[in-house]
Design a protein around this ligand. Structure first.
Ligand code: SF4
Ligand code: SF4
Length: 300
């Protein structure tokens, strides 16, 4: 089975990272290590923190992530002004005697570079962040982390680049868990649209419901199958989430109870599913149900 699963939430603070790291570790325990690999990809690029929960993981690869932007070659330019007219993102200004490129506005579409009759806008790589691959102790689990440089105007190019890399990883027996940034803006959409299935993590509060509704709307527009993970269950108004999901026909695949022990384990950077039998069983059944849901996708 080869599947990409986005783990998203309409708002921050729902426990999305906790769900991602515990699900990844439990899935790797549940699945046959000889035949199925689990890759947790931390795409919460402005503050990736999954690594905090895999303290023994060793980093085995590290690289810069960059994207192409045009650079003006003054000597070659004949000041025809085609470039600023073609750029849909106002990333090029034609000033009559010179051309200004604004790399932060550039979407790396190559249009100006291709259309310039004098080859006066060659594309050059510009660093936007970095990636690291880690090997946790479980044999069939890997962790990759993408980190955006401070000052970068958008997370989307780095996320797109990460997804391209994921798509190039060979092998049919791969489950990728893509930990998305909170919210429903472009970075989350970029991840959801490249995924086969979406897990939406929420909490039982009016705010949780409001942001879950926005997240569901977004996923529906992109037309992806989804399930809800109710975190901190029993701590508030579970019925709000239950009623909404029933009305929308969205399954609640797991309920993670609110617990002081969970909060303490989280604050120590420990995996919650290991703290006692109750949480082990919850994550085990969550993993099994998820695998079964993914299998049904192949049948549809
Ligand atoms: S399209 Fe090329 S030649 Fe024309 S103004 Fe832009 S950089 Fe100069
Ligand atoms: S590469 Fe595309 S977005 Fe960037 S400056 Fe050229 S036309 Fe504009």
């Amino acid at each position: 089975m080869r599947k990409k699963i986005a783990i998203a939430s309409g708002k921050g603070g729902t426990g999305k990272t906790s769900v991602s790291v515990n699900l990844a570790a439990q899935l790797s325990d549940t699945l046959n290590p000889d035949s199925q690999h689990v890759a947790l990809v931390d795409l919460d690029v402005e503050e990736p923190n999954s690594l905090l929960f895999f303290k023994d993981a060793e980093r085995f690869y590290h690289d810069d992530e960059s994207r192409p932007v045009p650079v003006w070659d003054e000597k070659a330019c004949t000041l025809c002004n085609k470039c600023s007219q073609v750029c849909e993102f106002n990333a090029i200004a034609f000033l009559g005697t010179k051309v200004l490129v604004f790399p932060d506005l550039c979407h790396s579409c190559h249009a100006c570079s291709v259309l310039c009759p004098e080859d006066a806008l060659p594309m050059q790589e510009k660093r936007m962040g970095e990636l690291s691959y880690y090997k946790p102790t479980q044999s069939n689990l890997s962790l990759s982390e993408y980190r955006l440089d401070i000052g970068q105007p958008s997370a989307v190019p780095l996320i797109s680049s990460a997804i391209k890399r994921i798509n190039q990883i060979p092998g049919d027996n791969q489950i990728f868990l893509l930990d998305a940034p909170p919210g429903t803006s472009c970075p989350m959409m970029e991840i959801v649209k490249s995924s086969d299935f979406v897990l939406l993590v929420t909490e039982p509060t009016p705010f949780g419901l409001h942001d879950l509704q926005l997240a569901v709307e977004t996923v529906e527009k992109i037309d992806r199958p989804m399930a809800v993970v109710l975190n901190k269950a029993g701590s508030g108004a579970d019925h709000l989430i239950d009623n909404f999901c029933e009305l929308e026909g969205i399954p609640i695949i797991a309920r993670i109870p609110q617990s002081r022990k969970v909060a303490e384990a989280y604050s120590r950077g420990e995996l919650v599913y290991k703290i006692n039998d109750e949480f082990h069983e919850i994550y085990k059944s969550f993993s099994e149900d998820l695998v079964n849901m993914l299998k049904t996708l192949d049948l549809e």
